[in-house]
Design a protein around this ligand. Structure first.
Ligand SMILES: [Zn+2]
Ligand SMILES: [Zn+2]
Length: 244
């Protein structure tokens, strides 16, 4: 299993960059986790839109979903000109598909994500955990046939069962929206220290921090996580490759 960071910013993209978007390639399947602003353009550096199999949307905040509506138009046009031969599956947590402004159900099939109902895409099995956020949001655990595991947090505050959900993952890709000095000041997101604590308690092999704030020194996030977790820690960046 291999993941590529398409975008790593919270809220809005920095110049020429993107908010949340992570391409996972495994066993011939190409799965995009979140599709925030800037993702559609940058995704094409790593995956042709003809080849994308599925999109997982953890929640309906714009920094996780904005570009999926432009992606729908891309799928429409690529299908009409004969370059794409199958519909795109989009799985959304926290909103019923018909409440969302998708327009072309014959080209993009939108499905609800249900807790407790694993999803199988090619050879990858995905399970979900209900996060603590100001709109319904899920974390995603992806498991490959050869036993590799990636957990992507989506947006969340700290909660105990996220540790069990994350247990023994090869890679934990986790939001780190705040510095430790902001702990307790804002809900629905993690500080870097909390992200490190979850990684340590869950016994993950590698920690990748993402969903960054637009201020401060991001290196400080890695240092704060390292006070809690003594394994490998990386700060996500656009085009970063993560191999499991
Ligand atoms: Zn976000
Ligand atoms: Zn959010």
């Amino acid at each position: 299993m291999k993941a590529t960071v398409i975008g790593c910013w919270g809220a809005y993209p920095e110049k020429n960059e993107a908010t949340s978007g992570y391409l996972v390639e495994c066993g011939g399947s190409k799965i995009l986790l979140d599709c925030g602003s800037g993702v559609l353009s940058r995704l094409q550096n790593h995956c042709s839109l003809e080849e994308l199999d599925a999109v997982i949307i953890t929640h309906t905040h714009a920094d996780h979903i904005a570009d999926v509506y432009s992606l729908e138009f891309a799928i429409l046009i690529l299908t009409q000109i004969g370059k794409r031969t199958k519909p795109l599956d989009v799985y959304v947590y926290g909103a019923e598909p018909d409440s969302l402004p998708f327009c072309f159900p014959q080209y993009v099939c939108v499905h609800p994500i249900r807790l407790g109902v694993p999803l199988v895409i090619g050879t990858v099995t995905l399970t979900f955990s209900e996060n603590v956020h100001d709109v319904p949001c899920c974390a995603v655990r992806l498991s490959s046939e050869d036993g590799k595991t990636l957990v992507y947090s989506g947006d969340t505050g700290y909660y105990q069962s996220l540790i069990d959900f994350t247990r023994n993952a090869d890679v934990l890709l986790i939001e780190s929206s705040f510095y430790d000095w902001q702990k307790g000041k804002m809900g629905g997101h993690l500080t870097a220290g909390e992200a490190g604590e979850i990684a340590a308690l869950a016994g993950v092999r590698q920690l990748v921090l993402t969903h960054f704030p637009h201020y401060g020194d991001l290196q400080q996030l890695a240092e704060e996580a390292a006070r809690q977790y003594d394994g490998q820690i990386h700060l996500a960046y656009g085009d970063m490759k993560i191999t499991m």
